[in-house]
Design a protein around this ligand. Sequence first.
Ligand SMILES: Cc1ncc(C[n+]2csc(CCOP(=O)(O)OP(=O)(O)O)c2C)c(N)n1
Ligand SMILES: [Mg+2]
Length: 441
Amino acid sequence: MAVNPLGEPQAGAERAAAPGNLAPLSLHVPEPRFRPGDTPDYSYLDIPAAGTAPRPDEACPASDTWGLTTGLIRVLDDEARAVGPWDPGLSADHLRRALRMMALTRAFDDRMYRGQRQGKTSFYMKSTGEEAVSIGCAFALAHDDMIFPSYRQQGMLISRGYPLVDMVNQIYSNRADRLKGRQLPIMYSARDFGFFTISGNLATQIPQAVGWAMASAIKGDTRIATGFVGEGSSAEGDFHAGMTFAAVYNAPVVLNVVNNQWAISSFSGFAGGERATFAQRAQGHGIAGLRVDGNDLLAVYAAMRWAANRARSGHGPTLIEHFSYRTEGHSTSDDPAAYRSAREAAEWPLGDPITRLKRHLIALGEWSVEQQETMDREVAEEVRDATRAAEKNGILGHGLHHPFHTMFEDVYETLPWHLEEQADQAIRERRIKWPDWKEEG
Ligand SMILES: Cc1ncc(C[n+]2csc(CCOP(=O)(O)OP(=O)(O)O)c2C)c(N)n1
Ligand SMILES: [Mg+2]
């Protein structure tokens, strides 16, 4: 048997039991509360009443916010009234626009999901149930603040007025795709809209947002940056490295963790959510932190506005946890019925963000069920028209896409000889494999 210099047995297969009276070491493996077939019971969640969280001054010491990292900032109460110090006091016009953007995002998601099932694209990801996060944040930022989004912030791009037809062209990877088929469907990039290229390498958004914000400060600019990750991705080293830079340099940045409870099939406990909230990580880094009801558009707007004002006036970074729920599958490649209770979404105690804002507007006397129905019809038609226009440029498998050679372009001003050789070789091999194939474009 292998022994160490003290004559003790070395760790290994032959050392079966712990020596002496010590209990053998063990690990905790998190397990979600509910699995398929279970009836979810959310009584374990401590959900404070709307309007009870205090609102500190935007220029306060970071430590004044740490009490806000465990509860939830909520504005809309059970009667759909806006209450408490975080009520942002938005006009009815503003609220109707936000409601419309949420409905448009949902209609877009629904149609693109169906398009994937019909074989028009290989892949899609919905943000159903999380629309208040994207729309509330987009409305609270200046139009030219820089967004480093994850793949579930399509609502921010839509809110900034990016043409839906361009989004669909990208999803179909067709000949009008501005990204020339080089990105996975839904990974948009829109420089003119302050929407950084979506990266599938999760949590890169955090150091990139912090770096952009630092550069903005170095240049004496007034624009701030904001970055988004899911709670699962917040377990990545990049998240923590970005937080360190943000804190050290007091960067003008707002960092967001969208806690929708699930990271594909693993629940928030695997990212550290059992022991502390994600917002509490702000305290470990000495920066401001807020935890917000992510299904309450007014609360999300108010929190992002608070953090954006704080960053812009030189008072430093904020970490916001948006507490929400991923109502549908992770993507079109996922089947959540395999790992979570089918009743979880319906039982989610914070409700649906669109229904909650609709009820609020109706309670104010500024909206009606009929207006909601008309709006739902209009947004569905808007999405349908964009989809039809994009389909003329091609859908998956119809051969209407950018010419093959473009794959090698746009990196060097003139294509170096070795890439020219590779392009020729790729095209030659393609001709051998598919003799009927003709170069498009
Ligand atoms: C660095 C990295 N690791 C793993 C993956 C694979 N992956 C794609 S989505 C995903 C789950 C992310 O969950 P979360 O961060 O909670 O975001 P959500 O999908 O819930 O919005 C994983 C692990 C990836 N894309 N990038
Ligand atoms: Mg998640």
